[in-house]
Design a protein around this ligand. Structure first.
Ligand code: ADP
Length: 475
């Protein structure tokens, strides 16, 4: 089967969050299943492709007659096509997102991706697009490229986060040959909404999120159009790439351990990692629990509850390490104030950066990870934490509800601490229960750690599920 993914993130080349992890890991695993898989990605100037075999050529961007460039490379068995505009600096910037012309950049990219496929003259079984950035491909194919001779059997749209929709001015669609009048919502174009209407199948990144997006609370205004397309919607829980997130082989961490080791040994080596991390971050080396938070600092992640968890940790004589980055000014201020407040504090380490290596070290060293999200489509940090024996404390929403089961829950594999209400009181209760487990340091904690490291959220089984969906679609 010829499967083409068009996305703006793909780990390890270009990643900001879970979208990158998922596209990179899923495509790698689909290719391992001997499918013919290609990923089309913008050719960001920061990509580290120097060590990869690469071959570039130009092709016409039909909309303005100017030239595109495509560079073809391979990551293991996976074909990757990197596209950029020869004249415009759409992707010659330090970051993936955060520019006033993001919609223009990604609409251009979506259109250029289809032109590249048209030029190849191959029949594509599945075109798989991700989030608002590339969802317009579905409309473009049906209204423009099919008539030009491009052959795509079915188009799948993955919704990783319905909050981001790509609302832009209609002029952008005219540039790529679409009749914008046909695609207006309140005088604007909503790129995600167009993808929802025109794709053949929609996959939300967890079963709970697939239901949540149909509600007013979590549909962010698209619940109506999603409800109307409900028959096309399916929830498939994301997974993680265990060749990247494995404490046995992880070259980023200080001391390695295997999930198969006896739990006493795992705890001993985690304690050694904790000591090394404390040294690195300037935290006091004392017998205290270490709680962490790793993620984008955006409202979805519950920044006020993360701040509260930091304050609560101090009260409970626990340590806290935060790794996060944000483009939101208000949150930058909030966390900078917090950083100043705890600058000399021996138990708090606040790190405003994107640092892949530090993230690995934090997962391997911490006792608990706290994820108090307002909503969480899937969430990968809880799965990653589990694989390092770090116990999640999460709010029961979206994919967190599908993966983390409270120690006091019946009939489930218990692997963490959960709470329901998006408030400080319920978070505190969960945090206190977790700290009690740590202080007792008994068999119950050991069982929990063993259950965490034994969990399996492998992307290779997720890839099989996706393949099943593809086969059903084209049969
Ligand atoms: P989202 O997709 O909403 O950002 P996920 O939990 O699905 O959240 O995925 C987050 C991914 O990004 C994880 O791999 C996490 O380790 C990584 N990540 C997030 N923020 C940072 C950071 N500041 N430094 C390093 N890695 C980060």
């Amino acid at each position: 089967m010829k499967i083409v993914h068009v996305a703006v993130e793909m780990a390890p080349l270009a990643k900001v969050g879970g979208l990158g992890d998922m596209v990179g890991g899923l495509c790698k695993d689909l290719a391992k299943l001997r499918e013919d898989v290609e990923v089309i990605l913008p050719n960001y100037s920061f990509l580290k492709t120097r060590k990869l075999p690469i071959e570039c050529h130009s092709f016409k961007y039909l909309q303005d007659g100017k030239l595109n460039r495509v560079c073809l490379t391979k990551l293991d068995n996976l074909s990757v096509a990197l596209i950029d505009h020869k004249k415009k600096d759409y992707f010659h910037r330090p970051n993936i997102y955060g520019y006033s012309d993001d919609a223009e950049r990604f609409v251009y990219f979506s259109c250029a991706a289809l032109e590249y496929l048209l030029e190849k003259k191959e029949t594509i079984d599945i075109l798989h697009v991700h989030d608002w950035h590339t969802s317009i491909c579905a409309v473009l194919y049906k209204e423009v490229f099919e008539k030009k001779g491009l052959k795509i059997k079915k188009i799948v749209l993955n919704i990783h986060n319905v909050e981001y929709q790509g609302i832009c001015c209609p002029g952008l669609l005219d540039i790529i040959g679409l009749e914008s009048k046909k695609h207006l919502t309140n005088g604007c174009v909503n790129l995600l909404k167009e993808g929802i209407i025109h794709s053949d199948a929609i996959i939300a990144v967890s079963p709970t999120y697939a239901k949540e997006i149909l509600t007013k609370e979590n549909g962010y205004g698209l619940e109506g159009v999603l409800k109307a397309n409900e028959k096309k919607i399916l929830g498939i829980l994301n997974g993680i790439d265990y060749t990247v997130w494995n404490p046995k082989t992880d070259k980023n961490i200080f001391f390695r351990y295997s999930p198969k080791d006896r739990v006493e040994k795992i705890m001993k080596i985690k304690a050694k990692n904790k000591k090394a991390l404390r040294k690195e971050l300037g935290l006091e080396i004392e017998d205290k629990p270490l709680i962490c938070s790793v993620g984008r600092l955006v409202y979805q992640k519950g920044p006020e509850l993360i701040e509260h968890a930091i304050n609560s940790s101090v009260k409970h004589d626990a340590q806290f390490v935060l790794l996060g980055s944000t483009h939101i000014e208000e949150l930058q201020k909030k966390f900078s104030n917090l950083e100043s407040k705890y600058k000399k504090h021996k138990d708090i380490s606040i790190n405003f950066t994107y640092d892949e290596k530090l993230a690995h070290q934090i997962y391997a060293s911490s006792d608990f990870i706290i994820i108090p999200s307002l909503f969480e489509p899937c969430g990968l940090t809880q799965m990653i934490a589990l694989s390092y024996g770090t116990i999640p404390i999460v709010r029961k929403t979206g994919g967190l509800a599908d993966t983390i089961f409270d120690v006091d829950e019946k009939n489930k594999t218990k692997n963490g601490f959960t709470f329901y209400g998006f408030n400080k009181k319920e978070l505190d209760e969960a945090l206190e229960r977790a700290l009690r487990y740590w202080n007792q340091n008994g068999v119950k904690l050991q069982k929990l750690i063993k259950s965490a490291v034994s969990s399996n959220h492998s992307l290779s089984s997720v890839a099989k599920e996706y393949l099943g969906v593809y086969k059903k679609l084209i049969s």
